[in-house]
Design a protein around this ligand. Structure first.
Ligand code: C5P
Length: 237
């Protein structure tokens, strides 16, 4: 669990090609705290692709595969990915207490090198009307808060949340719960399709531990320089 470094930025490599992801990772080495590889990359390239990118990069990585199934299947999937040595892995809190407890226990099997298991609460693509359509009567904010507290009680290490939920979740879940925050934009950056953004410094002061930043780095003319500028903005320089 010691794989999160002083630099809280994990760069989202939202691409399918192993070569492109490896080249991007090589440019970012030294300027980010880690890499995030998601479902799209994993589906396209499997564990071999993950190994190819992360072993060459030598950076901690966040395997954002949002597992959600019966406990037995999630435990099997967790055991299959633990040899990749991710720093963080996501599972859906909607899988329920037994699934979360089983996933947390499976991760313990690898001892101190285990990844942090991070719960996905309410996807930010869902609004209150979408939640009602799937039978949830509360609003998205309250639902996210309740699921984060449940995740903590089931032994998960943290949760993903939007910048605007961080302060509330930090207060409710305590100082040791890892809050992973996407929707972060360095000062002056193009917000793209992210609607409710914060700067890295704002998100960190609200209580974020890990900042997931993709396009402001990967689509910059010089990704290494963009990542270095973010690191310097965070350091106050
Ligand atoms: O390019 P950008 O910085 O917007 O990328 C953010 C990353 O965080 C993407 O990988 C996106 O899928 C992910 N993410 C998000 N909002 C969430 C959960 C994950 O933007 N609520």
């Amino acid at each position: 669990m010691s794989q999160i470094t002083n630099n809280p930025v994990f760069c989202a490599l939202d691409m399918q090609e192993v070569d492109a992801a490896s080249a991007m990772a090589a440019q970012l080495s030294g300027y980010v705290g880690g890499l995030k590889l998601g479902l799209e990359f994993f589906m396209a390239n499997g564990p071999g692709g993950i190994r190819a990118v992360t072993e060459a990069a030598g950076l901690p990585f966040f395997l954002d595969i949002k597992l959600h199934d019966i406990p037995n299947t999630v435990v099997g999937a967790m055991r299959a990915i633990l040899p990749l040595k991710p720093a963080l892995v996501t599972i859906h809190t909607g899988g329920g207490p037994a699934m979360m407890e089983a996933a947390a226990k499976a991760a313990q099997e690898v001892g101190s090198e285990r990844p942090q298991i991070i719960g996905v609460t309410v996807l930010t693509s869902l609004d209150d009307a979408d939640l009602r359509a799937v039978g949830v009567s509360g609003n998205a904010g309250d639902q996210a808060l309740g699921l984060a507290q449940l995740a903590r009680d089931c032994g998960l290490d943290g949760a993903v949340c939007s910048p605007h939920e961080v302060a509330k979740l930090r207060e409710a879940c305590g100082p040791d719960f890892t809050l992973v925050v996407p929707g972060v934009r360095p000062s002056g950056a193009d917000v793209g399709d992210q609607k409710r953004v914060m700067t890295p410094t704002e998100a960190l002061s609200a209580g974020a531990d890990v900042l997931v930043i993709g396009r402001p780095i990967t689509q910059a003319i010089d990704p290494g320089a963009a990542a270095a500028a973010i690191a310097s903005e965070i350091a106050g320089g």
